[in-house]
Design a protein around this ligand. Structure first.
Ligand SMILES: [Zn+2]
Ligand SMILES: [Zn+2]
Ligand SMILES: [Zn+2]
Ligand SMILES: [Zn+2]
Length: 365
């Protein structure tokens, strides 16, 4: 029975919210001794509908990694773990309606790796180049994934030189695939992981040409200065893992607003500062193994694209101004007086809170 004048959270538990007394956050359930401490917490936590959420207790987590810990980690929340053990998907962490629904779901959720054959064959042909500029007249913003492999240069052999590039489309078709001739001498081919030999690079496409082609392909006829939003323009959305490094090695500049990096997306990160490896993400979230022995950029492209598509498919409540940085919403809490906030219930505070990162589900709108 719900008592009058007291607050209950969304699963009907009593939350001790009264002025000047203990209060708990409506999103992460952290307890605070004073309302003002909860207000401070809300100002800096950027809770939102986009956070990974426990399918059992509805707790919001900063990342899938912390949700995983909450469900199956060394110190899980016992009630949630019990439900998860029976009908939780170990890949996407969703809770299904029944063990049967889980089996059906998990068969689709776990993917298998791509055949090495195709890419090795293409690489031996030397090149695939369908980098055409279509000026965006086909449907919607196009999404492509890019990955590079580097060899070593410089006297200590540690300088990364781009030696192989692959670009795929959303259907995992190879659009561009080539060896690259670096502009300075290679001092370490890193053969055990790259599979690259001197003869592969001798007559390969020069770096400068690759740079120009890739740059033009990504912008797709749009001048770089005009690219301000993933919506409505001709430029392509670029998916990858650690793209800062890849783009830097290719000397390509691309606006961050068009980049979807699985190494920098908060829900996929280990901690707020530390990325997960692509190998780990693929194993944990897609259920198959990559980067054993010789690494293939096609395989990396496919893994990042699949992670992106999965993140984009998340179903989150639509909001007009989803980001804390959107000037239209008053979410930044700055426009509210401290005493106004302290009078709000934890639920009301959560309702005005917005995300501090761009959730990829927004690309699907
Ligand atoms: Zn919280
Ligand atoms: Zn979202
Ligand atoms: Zn839970
Ligand atoms: Zn799943």
């Amino acid at each position: 029975m719900i008592e009058q004048g007291r607050d209950y959270d969304r699963i009907g538990r009593f939350t001790p919210f009264e002025m000047g007394r203990r209060a708990s956050c409506s999103a992460c359930y952290r307890q605070f001794n004073r309302m003002e401490h909860l207000v401070d917490h809300m100002r800096t936590s950027f809770h939102s509908v986009h956070e990974p959420t426990c399918g059992v207790c509805k707790k919001h987590c900063r990342s899938f990694e912390s949700l995983r810990e909450h469900l199956i980690g060394p110190l899980p929340k016992q009630e949630c773990r019990n439900v998860f053990n029976i009908r939780g998907c170990k890949f996407c962490l969703a809770i299904l309606d029944s063990p049967y629904a889980l089996r059906v779901h998990q068969d689709r959720c776990q993917l298998s790796g791509v055949s090495h054959g195709i890419s090795a064959y293409m690489a031996n042909l030397g090149l695939r180049d369908s980098l055409t500029i279509d000026n965006g007249y086909s449907r919607g913003p196009q999404v492509v994934a890019l990955a590079c492999k580097t060899v070593g240069g410089g006297s200590d052999r540690s300088l990364d030189l781009c030696a192989r590039v692959c670009i795929i489309d959303e259907n995992e078709n190879i659009i561009f695939h080539t060896y690259v001739k670096p502009s300075i001498p290679v001092t370490n081919y890193r053969y055990e992981t790259t599979g690259i030999r001197p003869e592969h690079l001798r007559d390969a496409m020069p770096l400068r040409q690759v740079q120009r082609k890739v740059q033009d392909f990504l912008c797709n006829g749009e001048p770089t200065w005009k690219i301000r939003s993933p919506k409505g323009g001709k430029a392509r959305i670029l998916v990858g893992h650690g793209l800062d490094h890849d783009l830097d090695k290719m000397q390509v500049e691309y606006p961050p607003i068009m980049i979807r990096d699985t190494a920098k997306y908060p829900p996929l990160m280990k901690t707020s500062k530390l990325s997960n490896s692509l190998k780990y993400l693929t194993q944990a979230y897609l259920g198959y193994d990559i980067q054993n022995g010789i690494q293939d950029p096609y395989e990396d492209c496919v893994a990042t694209m699949r992670l992106y598509v999965r993140m984009r498919r998340q179903v989150h409540r639509r909001q007009d101004y989803p980001l804390a940085s959107d000037p239209q919403n008053r979410n930044n809490f700055a426009s509210w007086r401290q005493n106004e906030l302290e009078r709000m219930s934890p639920e009301e505070m959560l309702a005005i809170s917005r995300s501090d990162y761009y959730c990829w589900c927004l690309d699907s709108a």
